[in-house]
Design a protein around this ligand. Structure first.
Ligand code: GDP
Length: 361
């Protein structure tokens, strides 16, 4: 699937940069245009592989919006015609979908992404998807509340929203910063493979996945998740049947971008590896298992021929919004919103709230 990528805010820009690099290193050529938009100049300056656009210079002078996602939405709205003009040459006629990428818990991406998606929908007739990053459980209440509002709006505007939870796809015991590095690398690899799997690969493989399978899996709209797992390929075909089954299970059960999101409306199972190591029997079995497990009547599937010593499974699961994980996040976001509202109003129980009297020390 040929895609145009637009990252908004710090996380959005970094992830788009990583994805673009991965696509180029692998020679996939699925990424047709890569763009980063931010209200903070330093965040844009750190990007090398994407075109950049600064918004809100008249309001925040390149300093960003802090965690104020309403301001993020406002400045995107004010500058949107300029942004669309700039994007014009980047969303080429070859793109089959646009992905708007943002951390939903911040300010510029959280507020700006839903606004931009809304406007892109008016201009382009290809699907406009969101790749949204949810704050991890330990991130503060402002992040949670921002992400709740942003998610609600972006799900309304986008053709589908694929979520990556910051509590998934990183190793235990990492610092926040190195955690982001490995999450971003995993996003780049996994989404990069998903985009490339919809590309025509000549001369190899039996049932190559078509872009329309990705688009049809996401057709119901709402929220989607992406799962991934891999294992070494073997010379023994019985072992490879077992491996296809086990990587498919792991992709859904433990390797997903949205932990515990297992039930959906539609799924796509892509098995990647050397064609001679991908056993039909294993793929069919894994597909049937996925149908049962996800309670989805529509499980599409295909092979992605890849010159690798491993066998990998990618599971795209559409229509997961009823999952417990989403409900749990929304509860957390609502509770956080109450905390933020109380902070803004001042706690009535605190006689010194919002006081001009400053403490001595
Ligand atoms: P913005 O620049 O105002 O849009 O804000 P950010 O992009 O920094 O968004 C903040 C949210 O994104 C928080 O939930 C962070 O945990 C998350 N975040 C920030 N940087 C990264 C990153 O590089 N990778 C990932 N996965 N999440 C990030």
């Amino acid at each position: 699937m040929k895609v145009a990528l637009i990252g908004i805010g710090q996380a959005g820009g970094k992830v788009v940069e990583r994805l673009t690099k991965f696509d180029a290193e692998m020679d996939f050529d699925a990424v047709q245009g890569a763009f980063a938009i931010n209200s903070a100049t330093p965040d844009l300056q750190s990007l090398e592989h994407v075109e950049t656009h600064l918004i809100g210079a008249d309001r925040v002078n390149g300093h960003g919006v802090g965690g104020d996602n309403e301001l993020g939405a406002e400045i995107m709205q004010s500058d949107v015609q300029e942004v669309l003009g700039d994007l014009d040459g980047h969303v080429t006629s070859r793109s089959e979908a646009i992905f708007v990428v943002a951390g939903l818990g911040g300010g510029t991406g959280s507020g700006g992404a839903p606004v931009l998606v809304h406007h892109l929908q008016q201009v382009y007739d290809i699907p406009v998807y969101a790749l949204g990053i949810l704050p991890g459980r330990n991130e503060g209440s402002l992040y949670q509340a921002n992400a709740g509002r942003s998610l609600k709006t972006i799900v309304r505007e986008a053709d589908a929203t694929i979520l990556v939870d910051n509590d998934a796809w990183h190793s235990q015991g990492e610092s926040v910063e190195s955690g982001f590095e490995s999450i971003n690398q995993n996003i780049a690899q996994r989404f990069g493979l998903l985009f490339a799997s919809g590309e025509a690969v000549e001369g190899v493989g039996e049932s190559v996945v078509d872009s329309s399978e990705v688009i049809n899996t996401l057709r119901q709209g709402g929220i989607a998740a992406l799962g991934y797992a891999s294992a070494p390929a073997s010379d023994d075909s019985t072992q490879n049947i077992r491996s296809v089954m086990s990587v498919s299970r792991q992709a859904l059960l433990t390797g997903t971008s949205l932990p515990e999101a297992r039930v959906g409306d539609a799924a796509l199972l892509v098995i990647a590896g050397k064609p001679e190591t991908i056993p039909r029997k294993g793929v069919e079995k894994a597909r049937r298992w996925l149908e049962d497990e996800t309670e989805s009547m529509q499980v599409r599937g295909g092979d992605f021929p890849l010159d690798s010593d491993r066998i990998a499974a990618l599971v795209l699961l559409g229509g997961v919004e009823r999952s417990d994980r989403i409900q749990e996040f929304l509860d957390r976001a609502r509770a956080a919103q109450r905390v933020e509202d109380e902070k803004a109003a001042g706690d009535p129980a605190d006689a010194f709230a919002n006081d001009e009297l400053e403490n001595l020390f």
